[in-house]
Design a protein around this ligand. Structure first.
Ligand code: FAD
Length: 568
């Protein structure tokens, strides 16, 4: 292939301006320098810092990270000295003049407004925390968290007002991280969440385990409760939080963690294409509707890798990768962004919660929009490492997969050690378009203290493959109640006595073969145990003896979770 050396030279000498100098912007600028020594690269940020660790802020508030300095991943000096990149902090970009290829910048220290010309412009302006227009939302003592100065304000308020009780509005990942860190500081926290469960990317029956962990650590939950107003108490010393159902919570501080909104004002005013979700529309090289302008990070809309739909994925990993791809595109390389899977992890007390791909809830919403992906799900509860090695802990896994070809669509996992490792493996499998049969065959690390010869990931694939191959067809509690099947519980009588499903009969697996002729061959049998493993064995016995039976996925554990949700 003939190379156009003149064009390459021109590309190398570009003037590249980057607006926003944190995850997406900083990676874009640094990558750009590695692709061209001649380019002039300037990064603008309206804040006082560049490249700081916003993901570390909850832990700075919780005094786990004690020095503000540790949150600064890079400084303007480091950018200058190591990468020859100029960083202008306290510099707000106020407008883009696309016809002149210039931006308008205000120096927030001096008030000076000036113009800067570009050959390529990258918008990495991130997002803003949602602060809904509710009565009283701007009262003192109500905070959002995005920047180091935000976290300083929260720390000061905790100390000066001797905060004892806080309300965290929004039970997503940042809300839970704030909850944990406030609890660590001795503050009693109530989470107020509009949905009936925390972590919207999780399905409700999985989230129940997170509720249990929060309650066990003294956190109060107020679920299915949209907030409608805030006010001061009559003596002005407290904040009152009102919910739609009429509940009133009194506290010393409120943290709003109700999600984020793309910071797309600059792009909108410059006439760039904005999507329905409010983010900048880009192609798979992060190029906006203007060929000289790129955009990365929280400010853009991206394609969901699984559903193909536009989505917002405000996460540091995608922002960093997009920054690199934009730099590559600016300097003529052809790498493309594959889409997002929203792989995320959160630590709540000693529990790790992680997910990748889409949830069942998202699949249902997609189907309502006409994007129907036929799916099945399995629940399993393997150990994080060999049972016989001390301190093995259970990982609860929900795997969602296509019934057409076994392609993996999503996974959620909750437990202690090793949760994120399993989700990371499944995340990569999703990105490679792998199926549950590939998970069965995955060759993973094993030594007794770190895994099992049949790893949790292999097991998830095996359980799913059993369903697709009809070795053990599955049924879920919400379908059973509508059928006339026999519910056969194969746990030991003592376990059965501690609680069981309505209509269930008990024949322990150990005596199933002897009692098999007592079962009605004309009726369908739904088999249950504690977690779905022993019932699978029972299903095989029954199927090989000519019975029509289904394994109840997730067993009695799931039954309890569903009942708990009903009672909430
Ligand atoms: P940002 O990092 O938000 O940077 C945007 C920058 O642009 C800001 O510094 C802003 O000042 C600047 N800017 C905006 N407009 C202008 C303008 N007009 N002129 C000049 N500058 C401008 N993600 C994870 O994956 N894992 C986590 O554990 C995690 N934890 C988080 C915890 C907290 C408390 C927060 C707030 C976020 C967390 N995130 C986490 C999300 C992650 O930090 C973001 O997805 C990521 O930082 C987005 O990068 P970005 O470059 O798009 O935007």
């Amino acid at each position: 292939m003939l190379r156009d050396l003149h064009k390459e030279e021109q590309l190398c000498r570009q003037k590249v301006l980057v607006v926003g100098g944190v995850a997406g912007g900083a990676s874009c600028a640094a990558r750009a320098r590695r692709l061209s020594e001649e380019a002039e690269i300037i990064v603008f940020d309206r804040g006082p810092h560049v490249s700081f660790a916003n993901c570390g802020l909850p832990y700075y508030i919780g005094d786990v990270i004690t020095k503000e300095q540790d949150l600064l991943i890079a400084t303007p000096e480091l950018f200058k000295n190591s990468f020859n990149i100029e960083v202008r902090v306290l510099s707000e970009v106020q407008a883009i003049d696309c016809t002149q290829s210039e931006i308008v910048v205000k120096n927030l220290k001096t008030g000076q407004v000036y113009r800067e010309q570009y050959d390529s412009l990258v918008l990495a302006t991130g997002s803003q925390p949602v602060r809904p227009q509710l009565p009283g939302v701007d009262l003192t003592g109500i905070f959002t968290l995005r920047t180091i100065p935000d976290s300083q304000l929260i720390k000061e308020w905790i100390a000066e007002s001797r905060v004892k009780e806080a309300v965290v509005v929004g039970g997503g990942f940042i809300g839970l991280e704030m909850t944990e860190n406030l609890t660590r500081r001795g503050v009693s926290v109530t989470i107020v969440e509009m949905l009936p469960h925390v972590i919207p990317t999780f399905d409700p029956e999985m989230a129940v385990q997170i509720h249990d962990k929060l309650l066990a650590n003294g956190v109060n939950l107020c679920l299915g409760a949209p907030v409608i107003a805030f006010s001061h108490s009559s003596d002005n010393t407290k904040i009152e939080v009102m919910t739609e159902s009429g509940k009133q919570l009194t506290c010393d501080m409120v943290i709003l963690t109700m999600g984020v909104r793309s910071e797309a004002t600059l792009a909108r005013e410059a006439g760039l294409e904005i999507g329905e979700l409010g983010g900048i529309r880009v192609n798979d090289q992060m190029q906006t509707s203007n060929e000289r302008i790129w955009a990365v990070g929280d400010v853009i809309e991206v394609r969901d890798f699984v559903t193909g739909e536009w989505t917002l994925a405000p996460l540091a990993g995608p922002a960093n990768r997009q920054g690199r791809i934009a730099a590559d595109a600016i300097f003529g390389r052809s790498r493309r962004f594959r889409g997002v899977q929203t792989t995320a992890v959160c630590q709540i007390f000693d529990m790790t919660v992680a997910s990748t791909g889409i949830s069942e809830g998202t699949l249902k919403r997609c189907a309502e929009r006409g994007n129907r992906i036929p799916y099945e799900k399995v629940y399993l509860y393997p150990q994080n490492h060999a049972d016989y090695y001390p301190q093995a802990t259970t990982i609860a896994i929900k795997l969602i997969f296509s019934t057409e070809d076994g392609r993996i669509l999503g996974a959620q996992a909750i437990g202690g050690e090793g949760v994120e490792k399993r989700i990371d493996v499944i995340a990569m499998a999703i990105q490679m378009g792998a199926s549950v049969y590939d998970l069965e065959e995955a060759e993973l690390c094993y030594a007794p203290q770190v895994g099992s010869a049949k790893d949790a990931v292999n097991l998830a694939g095996m359980v799913a493959a059993n369903i697709l191959q009809e070795d053990a067809p599955t049924v879920h509690w919400d379908n059973i109640s509508q059928t006339e099947s026999i519910i056969l519980d194969v746990r030991q009588p003592e376990e059965f006595a501690t609680g069981h499903a309505e209509r269930a009969i008990n024949i322990p697996l150990d005596s199933l073969r002897q009692s098999i002729e007592d079962l009605d061959r004309e009726r369908e049998i739904s088999v249950c145990c504690e977690q779905g493993k022993w019932s699978y064995y029972a299903c095989r016995v029954l199927r090989l003896n000519g019975f029509n039976c289904h394994n109840i996925s997730g067993g009695f554990k799931n039954y309890r979770a569903l009942k708990q949700l009903e009672q909430q």
